[in-house]
Design a protein around this ligand. Structure first.
Ligand SMILES: [Ca+2]
Ligand SMILES: [Ca+2]
Length: 139
């Protein structure tokens, strides 16, 4: 991951990579955190199969305060946010890390339809979730 930008949120993506810092129990990408801090909780891709061909965008979601990872249960809200415009209705594959899982929501603010908890999905198309997600939550 050496080519990743060291600052800026997903909304100000440098090259193909952008970051979103989330905090346990809070909603929204937070500013003022160093991307080298904490743990990655999920990485979302504009393309299917986690590929970055054709400058496919990559959104790195991390919690700057985490040192252990997510809890094993999914009943607790471990942060979430709206996807920025560049990734809104564009996510096509997703991976989670450090014991975390992700739920995608079809509208901003965790509204309307949500997926079940996803550990890893290389192609959101068969489930009808390709280019649909507008927000996400982590647990
Ligand atoms: Ca896509
Ligand atoms: Ca949507």
């Amino acid at each position: 991951m050496g080519t990743m930008a060291k600052s800026g949120g997903i909304g100000t993506m440098a090259n193909t990579y952008g970051y979103c810092a989330i905090l346990d129990g809070q909603f929204g990408c937070k500013s003022g955190y160093n991307t080298s801090d904490g743990l990655v909780v999920a990485i979302v891709y504009e393309n299917r199969w986690f590929n970055t061909q054709n400058d496919g965008l990559v959104g790195v979601i991390y919690n700057p305060n985490y040192s252990v990872g997510c809890t094993s249960r999914t009943s607790d809200f471990e942060g979430g946010a709206n996807f920025p415009a560049v990734l809104d209705d564009k996510v096509s594959s997703v991976r989670t890390y450090n014991g975390c899982d992700i739920t995608l929501w079809s509208r901003s603010g965790l509204q309307f339809e949500g997926t079940s908890w996803i550990h890893e999905e290389d192609d959101l198309n068969p489930s009808g979730w390709n280019n649909v997600a507008s927000s996400f939550e982590i647990s």
